[in-house]
Design a protein around this ligand. Structure first.
Ligand SMILES: Nc1ncnc2c1ncn2[C@@H]1O[C@H](COP(=O)(O)OP(=O)(O)O)[C@@H](O)[C@H]1O
Ligand SMILES: [Mg+2]
Length: 207
């Protein structure tokens, strides 16, 4: 049985291609949010959607408890309300395409945005920031999470889940990988050059 086609083209077959969806994924602390914040300043009228805003509330019974570290597993897709995220993005696409004929870009950013097929199918371009274990752990230690990471959470949960999520999308041949430890300006310019191969958004670029 074939699965339903949720692709943007199918969803809005009666509407034009004025809305471009760019995905920025990668491991924790790889620079997804800061890079996206910079990218939206480079394209007029662009918007930023962050996957982190769709986390379930602490105490939600859908969260999986990891006894070893006495903490919930916040790295799983099921720790997020992904259905709500997709619903809101589709509403935004419909609204922006029906409003007028002006092109717009939505930058969607998050650690598992390519692992949820109803969302993944919406992207016109996909970028993924990688990191090695030590560099990532060091950056993560410098951050304050709510709820805070307990001892051992990075090693036992965060990193293995990152490796699993990365492996699960390896077959997507259209993902462009960058190293999150490299100079972010350089990475940004490389991504912009690639985004600009999409003719519909060239007039939105602010150099
Ligand atoms: N290429 C980079 N070089 C140096 N520091 C970086 C780079 N990318 C991100 N950072 C820093 O790493 C931290 C996490 O960045 P952030 O954008 O919040 O990552 P993410 O959203 O992927 O968790 C921030 O302090 C940010 O300034
Ligand atoms: Mg972030």
């Amino acid at each position: 049985m074939s699965s339903p086609n949720f692709s943007k083209d199918n969803m809005n077959s009666d509407l034009n291609e004025s809305c471009t969806i760019i995905g920025i994924s990668g491991c924790t602390n790889s620079g997804k949010t800061s890079l996206t914040q910079k990218l939206i300043t480079k394209f007029s009228g662009s918007k930023h959607v962050c996957q982190d805003t769709y986390f379930l509330e602490p105490g939600d019974e859908r969260l999986e408890y990891v006894k070893e570290v006495n903490h919930n597993n916040w790295e799983k897709l099921s720790a997020l309300d992904m259905a709500k995220m997709v619903k809101e993005i589709k509403e935004w696409i419909k609204e922006s395409e029906s409003n007028d004929n002006t092109s717009t870009i939505l930058f969607v950013e998050g650690f598992t945005i390519f692992n949820y097929s109803p969302l993944c199918e919406l992207f016109d371009k996909k970028y993924f920031l990688t990191m090695d274990y030590d560099a990532c752990e060091q950056r993560r230690r410098g951050r304050n999470y709510i709820p805070p990471d307990p001892e051992g959470y990075f090693k036992k949960v965060v990193w293995p889940m990152y490796e699993k999520h990365k492996q699960d999308i390896e077959h997507h041949k259209d993902i462009v990988y960058h190293n999150g430890s490299e100079d972010q300006e350089k990475t940004m310019h490389s991504i912009i050059t690639d985004i600009l191969t999409l003719p519909q958004i060239r007039n939105l670029y602010i150099s």
